[in-house]
Design a protein around this ligand. Sequence first.
Ligand SMILES: Nc1ncnc2c1ncn2[C@@H]1O[C@H](COP(=O)(O)OP(=O)(O)OP(=O)(O)O)[C@@H](O)[C@H]1O
Length: 356
Amino acid sequence: MLEILNISRRYGKNIVLDDLSLTVPEGKVACLVGPSGCGKSSLLRLVAGLDRPSAGEIRLGGAAISTPAKVLEPQRRGLNMVFQDYALWPHMNVERIVGYGLNRKTKKDRAHRVQELLETMQIAQLAKRLPSQISGGQQQRVAIARALATNPNLLLFDEPLSNLDVQLRLEMRKEFARLFRTLGKTVLYVTHDPLEASSFADILVVLKQGRIEQIGNPQDLFAKPRSKWIAGLAGYDNRVPAQIVGDDKNGLLSAMVGPQKVMLPASADIGSGFRGEVVLMLRPEAVLADSISPASEDALRLQGHVLQSLFEGGKWRVELDLGGGKMAAFILNERHAAGAEITIEIDPKAVLLFRP
Ligand SMILES: Nc1ncnc2c1ncn2[C@@H]1O[C@H](COP(=O)(O)OP(=O)(O)OP(=O)(O)O)[C@@H](O)[C@H]1O
């Protein structure tokens, strides 16, 4: 178990981590997400033992490994780290790199362990190659095999997929999900991409300005983001101002979006009885139908003039003028011509309401 207890890190007057606490139970995967500069790498460096906290304590397996007074050396912590730039030694072949930390083992045991790791990472055929002779994705697999070699109690990942192309990133996400499930290791994983994190995180930790803004499992966090900012990170790209004008008989709220009357689901802090300005946040892909099909009574329907349709590999991102200066974009199955007036039906479960 990794315990981060009231950790702060200051550089002069600049507070980079602010009294942050986080526990990652044995065998669980925690992902730190958040924008550039929110403190993700700083926290990882503290856990790795590459930096000293200004206050607080870090414990691994019950033992203190970092306090302001004492920082246990990185190599004595029983953890290993995988970096964005792989950090492979250029003059060693794959098998030597992976076996590097195993010098206490006999030659036979080391060879056996290396073979096992190469097979786990599905790179056995590359054993004799140098880093310059394999692809970026393969280099990252080698780095992971090396990190696993000494059987560490904790694995740290610092944006390991950000140097890979989109297709390979998607593949590696699946690979990580499989790997983390089968290895059962405790993992702390940093990324700026919440979608990447949500494919394998048990615990998603959203950091903002050195503090935890929200923490939970990915499904809950995506369904109930606590703030507009987190909703934006979680893919609710459309922000449309609306006016709540009354309560509807079905427990919905009647609202105006520009000149249109719509029905909105109540939210935690905007319930029955509320009147006034709200911000509606919608996922572009939350569309149930994009024809004027007979929608159910409760459906949220929005009407708009098409501004443009952009092809996104299979579907269309259609930008709509909703009237009254309100815009939104939705992912639809078909292209709609600029100027056309269309009505779309939106999944009420994928709608969030916030105070402005
Ligand atoms: N050695 C340092 N001296 C002064 N300020 C620092 C130092 N290291 C980091 N910072 C500051 O701490 C803040 C957090 O940096 P950090 O690298 O942890 O962010 P991050 O969330 O990992 O960002 P990114 O995604 O861009 O890597 C930044 O404002 C950065 O400028």
